[in-house]
Ligand binder design. Structure first.
Ligand code: GLP
Length: 243
């Protein structure tokens, strides 16, 4: 794992956007795996700036988001569909048909998950997967458990995740209790992975994913198995990291 520590969130975001931009420039029809949450917002802002400055072209880019709440309507302001549109898609020249997010309101979860995996496969797999980190070590919505699931699936959310994500909702009762998420194999099969970790509240878990042990209790620890993962942290998140 290539670990980079940046002075602050802004520098982390700019460095992450540069990596995404380099990927798109080297392969204009790149398949990007995208994440939501507050961590990548600064990166999306910088990518929008690059596009508006004429430095970046998304015309051929294909995207697959990691996850979506279940059940949630696409136009619900807390949905990841809404998030991606607000923070990235509506500001750039991406073809909406090339953007993919699991349907959190599907009548047939099994079909939706299989179809999602097939679409990723058909697109040639993910070239660069962007990840945030849950406070409990989850990636996407692959929650800590005695076993992890390889491909796209419906998962119950852990109380810690519901609690952490309740800050975006009016009340904790409104947070969906389930999500559809890419599985661990979907993520680990990406050619490159970019993990972003920001803030004091991630320092403890950030330290645990780099300690040489791999455990299903910390899904992000599996990233240690991936041959091309870059982790960018801000100083606060990197407090306990040793080199
Ligand atoms: C959410 C998402 C994850 C994200 C994580 C961290 O639950 N499913 O993909 O990485 O939480 O979010 P944040 O960046 O807001 O801390």
């Amino acid at each position: 794992m290539n670990k980079i520590i940046c002075e602050n969130y802004d520098k982390m975001s700019k460095m992450a956007a540069q990596i995404v931009s380099d990927q798109i420039k080297s392969k204009p029809d790149s398949v990007l795996g995208l994440a939501t949450g507050s961590t990548p917002i600064g990166m999306y802002k910088e990518l929008v700036r690059m596009f508006q400055a004429g430095e970046l072209d998304f015309a051929k880019v294909i995207t697959f988001n990691l996850d979506e709440y279940y059940r949630i309507e696409k136009n619900n302001q807390q949905s990841y569909h809404y998030f991606m549109n607000e923070h990235l898609f509506k500001h750039i020249n991406i073809n909406p048909e090339n953007t993919h997010i699991p349907d959190g309101n599907t009548e047939s979860v099994e079909k939706e998950c299989k179809n999602y995996d097939n679409m990723i496969k058909k697109a040639g797999g993910i070239d660069l997967q962007v990840l945030g980190l849950g406070i409990n070590g989850h990636i996407g919505f692959n929650e800590p458990d005695s076993e992890l699931i390889a491909y796209t699936h419906l998962t119950p959310l852990k109380q810690k995740t519901i609690q952490a994500n309740s800050r975006f909702f009016n009340s904790i009762d409104e947070v969906p209790k389930h999500a559809i998420t890419m599985g661990m194999a979907n993520i680990l099969q990406a050619k490159k992975i970019l993990l972003l970790i920001s803030g004091k509240n991630k320092a403890e878990i950030a330290h645990k994913i780099f300690n040489g042990k791999i455990t299903t209790n910390i899904p992000a620890s599996f990233l240690q198995l991936h041959p091309d993962t870059t982790v960018i942290m801000d100083r606060e998140a990197a407090e306990y990291i040793e080199f």
